[in-house]
Design a protein around this ligand. Structure first.
Ligand SMILES: Nc1nc2c(ncn2[C@@H]2O[C@H](COP(=O)(O)OP(=O)(O)OP(=O)(O)O)[C@@H](O)[C@H]2O)c(=O)[nH]1
Ligand SMILES: [Mg+2]
Length: 642
């Protein structure tokens, strides 16, 4: 583990913690100034919780025996001075394995029995049912015990072919499986369906999660892995081996599960040491490695810099022995640098923009409110200073003017309240059109058509109807949100023109992210249905599982779309609502002051002193808010129109 990577991940964690502190400081400021509203408070609490739970997931995906586990050992676990996770010839890692650190529990391995494939629940929901998992405690002080416990992720068991078939792990028509039948007619299947490893490693403590996966066969049989776990990884390291070159099954994995479904992709051309030859000069070896890298980049349609040639095995060995020359030669430094310089900063950027989206507008609105009050105080100060030495008649005129302003303002607010009622009704309708009931209605249509035939043709037909209906629904929502925005914009404009409020324009609703998720699912379904291996009626088990995975993923997408719409709705009107409230109290204060001065002209000096003190206090508060804005790196999304 290099210092650079550790540093970068640690900095990322510090940044995240500082961000949480800044957001909490903002919340404290809202409470102190009496401007905290229950809805806003809830949003801030949710955001802090999301930031606390945020993890950077790195998935290692490849055909079996390309060296995924060896690379994980070399990158993260070389301090063990031996192989921590089992890596061996042939198929070794038998189930997807997530490695992370959760400080509230002691170190453990939890293993989900393969038989849970018969159950309806997803792996995600089974994670909450700890009783379903076999738990082995991890004794981190004993290397031998650790290695022995880790071996369980490679456990297999022999079962009759019918049992494997019933579990959806066997297909008579798959030629690759034929030579896996044992002499006694049984076949080996994974003992476990999924493994969770809680381990206190410095990088994992900083929020990194590693996902090790088994080869293609296992990828195909656990749709949840390919439909949600791999796409939700922040980056995928795709491994290839120098000795095999880029094979057909490597390309299947690349196209089916990675290329279009993950934003950050790295191809690692492993086992470079196979080309090392003491009888050849290094520059010749290096040219030939370079050629392989170029060919791989072309095949995978990746930029050249995203293909890295390394030897995971030699890197592990070099780290264990402290051999710097061998470590350098292994090339693993390039993977570590890529993670530190590109992957971690990209993750930080994503988090930053989601924070800006969530509360940037809110903090920006607080800044606007402060500026508004500041300019009101300055205005009043100017008016009152001009009054020094004047008589009561002049003050009387000022009072009349303030009262006339108040009445005019109240009229505007009255007509705005009618608009607000309409907006709120429209908003409710918009959210309902993304609710569970609407999704169930869309799902029911597709379910009816699939339940008639659990085949890929049935699946494709039913999914086309599902995606068509869902996309149509999203279009309708964008249109509807556009109409709501029209009303909101008009309200902002009116207050700007009539009462000098800041001219703001809330951003339009964008459901681009959930839509992209939907398109990803549609693409995966088409690929799944067009795959010759899946076009068999015997595959109904797989089709059923795949369909189940799709429904879960579609539900999550609708939930995301609903949450985004809700945030958008709230963020659209909140700044205006608080400006309206602030303006009202400013105007009332102004009338009160002028009244007092009218009754007793001696109050004037006192009031001027008060205003000077208030001005100083507001300037101090604005500093706090600006500090928060700088920390979240946000420019309020509600920009001025002009
Ligand atoms: N020569 C050489 N062998 C390697 C290298 N990396 C891994 N291997 C060997 O390749 C074999 C497979 O490595 P694993 O790490 O188990 O591969 P995997 O991709 O995790 O495979 P599965 O767990 O079966 O999916 C092991 O015997 C490793 O020792 C390398 O850089 N050079
Ligand atoms: Mg492995």
């Amino acid at each position: 583990m290099t210092a650079q990577l550790l540093n970068e991940v640690e900095n990322f964690r510090h940044w995240r913690e500082n961000l949480i502190t800044a957001i909490n400081a903002y919340q404290a400021w809202l409470v102190r100034t009496g401007t905290a509203e229950p809805q806003q408070t809830q949003r801030i609490i949710d955001l802090v919780e999301t930031l606390r739970k945020d993890r950077l997931i790195l998935a290692f995906v490849a055909e079996f025996s390309r060296g995924k586990t060896e690379l994980i050992n070399a990158l993260f676990f070389s301090d063990f001075k031996q192989r921590l996770l089992p890596s061996d010839v042939g198929r070794t890692t038998m189930c997807p394995t997530e490695i992370f650190y959760e400080p509230s529990d002691p170190p453990y391995i939890r293993l989900l029995p393969i038989e849970t494939r018969f159950r309806e629940e997803s792996i995600a929901s089974l994670k909450r049912l700890t009783g379903e998992w076999k738990e082995l405690p991890l004794d981190i002080d004993s290397h031998e015990k650790m290695v022995a416990a880790m071996r369980s992720v490679a456990q297999k068991k022999s079962v009759p072919i019918q049992d494997a078939k019933a579990l959806g792990l066997w297909d008579d028509n798959d030629p690759d499986l034929k030579d896996m039948v044992n002499a006694n007619g049984t076949v080996d299947i994974p003992a476990w369906r999924h493994a969770l490893i809680n381990y206190p490693h410095p990088l994992l403590k900083d929020g990194l999660v590693i996902l090790d996966t088994p080869g293609l066969n296992a990828l195909g049989t656990e749709p949840e892995l390919t439909l949600s776990m791999i796409p939700s990884a922040h980056a995928v390291l795709f491994l290839l081996a120098m000795d095999t070159g880029v094979t057909k099954s490597d390309m299947v994995i690349w196209h089916k599960y990675i290329q279009k479904f993950v934003t950050h992709r790295l191809a690692v051309l492993n086992k470079a040491d196979i080309l090392w030859d003491d009888l050849k000069p290094w520059h010749e070896i290096s040219t030939s490695i370079h050629r392989q890298v170029e060919a791989t980049a072309q095949l995978l349609e990746l930029p050249f810099v995203n293909v890295l040639a390394i030897s995971a095995q030699k890197a592990l060995l070099a780290k264990i022995r402290g051999d710097r020359a061998l470590l350098e030669k292994s090339g693993i430094g390039s993977v570590e640098a890529m993670l530190a310089e590109n992957i971690v900063p990209a993750k930080q950027q994503i988090l930053r923009s989601s924070v800006t989206k969530e509360i940037g507008g809110m903090v920006g609105a607080s800044e606007h409110a402060l500026n508004n009050e500041l300019s009101a105080v300055r205005h009043e100060l100017k008016e009152l200073t001009a009054l020094t030495g004047k008589n009561r008649d002049v003050v009387r005129k000022l009072l009349d003017k303030a009262q006339a302003d108040k009445m005019f303002y109240e009229q505007t607010v009255k007509s705005f309240n009618i608009t607000r009622g309409v907006i709120s009704q429209q908003g409710k309708a918009l959210l309902a059109s993304l609710g569970q009931a609407k999704l169930d209605e869309i799902l029911d249509k597709s379910r009816n058509s699939i339940e008639r035939s659990w085949t890929t043709t049935g699946l494709l037909r039913s999914m086309q109807s599902l995606f068509g209906n869902a996309t149509q629904q999203f279009d309708k929502i964008h249109h509807h949100a556009g109409q709501i925005k029209g009303l909101v914009d008009a309200a902002y404009r009116r207050f700007h023109e009539q009462h000098g409020f800041a001219e703001l324009s809330p951003p339009a609703l964008s459901l681009a992210a959930p839509l992209q998720g939907l398109q990803g699912l549609a693409q995966q379904t088409t690929d799944f249905c067009n795959d010759p291996v899946n076009i068999m009626t015997e595959k109904s088990f797989l089709v059923r599982k795949f369909y189940g995975g799709l429904v879960t993923a579609a539900e999550a997408i609708f939930e995301q779309a609903q949450a985004e719409s809700e945030t958008w709705l709230r963020a659209s009107l909140t700044p205006l609502m608080s400006q309206i409230r602030d303006y009202k109290s400013q105007i009332e204060r102004r009338i009160e002051t002028v009244k007092q001065i009218h009754d007793n002209i001696d109050n004037l000096e006192l009031r001027i002193d008060d205003l000077i003190a208030r001005q100083a206090d507001l300037l101090k508060q604005r500093e706090i808010i600006e500090e928060i804005l700088a920390q979240i790196g946000a420019h309020p999304p509600m920009g001025r129109n002009t």
